[in-house]
Ligand binder design. Structure first.
Ligand code: PEP
Length: 256
């Protein structure tokens, strides 16, 4: 079994107010120490990134990574409402999410844009949590592996084997996100294995064996251990359960 360090990310989405967001970050800063069993990142709403970055600094926490849920591909200029990678770096962000199903299917991001975002984020030296996953009707039509493979091929076009060290894949079946429905550990493992096989076809076995593949979709402390115990599941991307310090820490601890 390849020696991959597990990685748990918290996607706070458009939740919490400033006081709650900073309090949650401070609580996590106390608990996510250098002894944590896995790498840990949090992705708060944009408007709280600076305050949280300062809170992590004041707490002396260099372990908990700060991530952004999105960004725009250009460096600066007339892109009303958008935020650049350099602005994110300026406030201490080192991780970005790309390809999240809500951005694909609610906001309308295409594979082409997601690929551009992956390339620009890697160029900027960010760690990228690149999300993929099938919709319910695609799963029911037996297309899970084909959809994942296509999203990987499009999204990673032009990404070098060397750059793959900074890519984390998050497999998030769309029907499991925020619904309370979780893929069984066996089904999730099957999808993760197929994802790794596709990465091996793209980059070779050695690179594929080194890539962390998170599972996302209603992961909680009660199911995290069994999911992360599967051979090809290397952590989780967490939505709802990332909003409470105890729940999130329960998942982080389950990565042991
Ligand atoms: C997510 O949005 O990435 C996610 C996995 O959400 P939840 O854990 O709430 O299903």
């Amino acid at each position: 079994m390849a020696n991959r360090k597990k990685y748990v990310g918290g996607n706070w989405k458009m939740n919490l107010n400033k006081e709650e967001a900073v309090a949650l970050a401070k609580a996590l800063a106390e608990k996510v120490t250098a002894e944590a069993p896995c790498e840990v990142a949090i992705c708060p709403p944009f408007v709280y990134l600076d305050a949280i970055s300062q809170a992590l600094c004041e707490a002396g926490n260099k372990t908990l990574k700060l991530g952004a849920q999105d960004f725009w591909t250009e460096g600066n200029g007339a892109y009303t409402g958008e935020i650049s990678l350099s602005q994110l770096k300026d406030v201490g962000v080192s991780v970005v999410l790309t390809g999240h199903s809500e951005r694909r299917h609610v906001i309308g991001e295409t594979d082409v844009l997601i690929n551009e975002k992956n390339l620009k984020a890697l160029e900027a030296g960010m760690e990228v949590i690149f999300c993929i996953g099938e919709k319910l009707e695609q799963r029911e039509a037996g297309q899970t592996d084909a959809i994942n493979a296509a999203q990987l091929s499009y999204g990673l076009a032009g990404v070098s084997a060397e750059q793959m060290k900074n890519i984390i894949i998050a497999y998030e079946p769309v029907w499991a996100i925020g619904t309370g429905k979780t893929a069984t550990p066996e089904d999730a493992q099957k999808a993760h294995k197929a994802i790794r096989e596709h990465l091996a076809a793209m980059y070779g076995k050695e690179v594929a064996d080194g890539v962390r593949i998170q599972y996302g979709g209603s992961m909680k402390p009660a199911n995290a251990g069994e999911l992360m115990g599967q051979e090809d599941i290397d952590g989780g991307l967490i939505g709802g359960a990332a909003l409470k310090a105890d729940d999130f820490m329960g998942i982080v601890e389950a990565a042991k």
